[in-house]
Design a protein around this ligand. Structure first.
Ligand SMILES: O=C[C@H](O)COP(=O)(O)O
Length: 249
């Protein structure tokens, strides 16, 4: 399976920043991994124009569970697709914390995204307090159980899981490689148990303070099939080496 280098711009990015994406696309015309950028929704359409003809794919950072309707300020999966997105991040810990998104809400959004033909990147991860209490695998297991479909009624490639320890996001701190490996092994086993052999083809991303300096060692951990990168995805000079590391992996 091809690794996935996914960049989440979060609430960052103006039209002037499209130059970073063009520089990235130019520097990596044919990467040996999938490359995805998830800018704010305001930029998807213009970014699609900016990277037309390149290997860079685009995604949203959230979508509503409904296809349309009276939901002021929300964006549907169909709208993301219409703007040029092929993927959408769902259940990011910042959405879970800032907008009270439960596993059930994430599940409904995941179904909407898949129905619209988007690849769903579902995020899970423990808080620092949960980690300190030794609850990491219990938390991940519960989030996987509640945020995913009962059956895999999509291609295994269309559902991606991102493990993002909440305490590692934007902090410069990362779990040990052994800890990353243990969670990813657990997630693979859980998905195999739930979905059968097709789950071998699902990509499992690590996210949380991935930088050029730690990318190679993290991507060498078994069952890590890519990264969901925040801060280091904003600049081509930072994200480029991460794409290169995943192309080698
Ligand atoms: O979605 C990305 C993650 O939240 C990681 O963010 P970060 O790379 O800035 O730590």
């Amino acid at each position: 399976m091809r690794n996935l280098a996914a960049g989440n711009w979060k609430m960052n990015g103006l039209v002037a920043d499209l130059a970073q994406v063009q520089a990235l696309a130019k520097a990596h015309p044919a990467p040996d991994c999938d490359v995805l950028l998830c800018p704010p929704a305001t930029l998807i359409s213009r970014m699609a124009d900016a990277v037309a003809g390149s290997a860079v794919m685009l995604g949203g950072q959230d979508c509503h569970a409904n296809a349309s309707g009276a939901h002021t300020g929300d964006i549907s999966a169909q709208m993301l697709k219409d703007a040029g997105a092929s993927h959408v991040i769902l259940g990011h810990s910042e959405r879970r914390a800032d907008h009270g998104e439960s596993d059930a809400i994430v599940l409904a959004k995941t179904q909407a995204a898949l129905f619209a033909g988007l690849v769903a990147i579902v995020c899970v991860g423990e808080t620092e307090a949960q980690r300190d209490a030794g609850q990491t695998l219990d938390v991940i297991g519960a989030q996987l159980a509640g945020s995913l479909l009962a059956q895999l009624d999509c291609a295994p490639n269309d559902l991606v899981i991102a493990y993002e320890p909440v305490w590692a996001i934007g902090t410069g701190r990362t779990p040990t490689l052994e800890e990353v490996g243990a969670v990813h092994r657990f997630m693979r086993a859980t998905l195999l148990d739930r979905f059968g052999a097709a789950a071998r083809e699902m990509r499992l991303l690590y996210g949380g303070s991935v930088k050029p300096a730690n990318a190679t060692e993290i991507f060498a951990v078994p069952e890590v099939n890519g990264a969901l990168v925040g801060g280091a995805s904003l600049k081509a000079d930072d994200f480029g080496p991460i794409v290169a590391a995943l192309s080698r992996g």
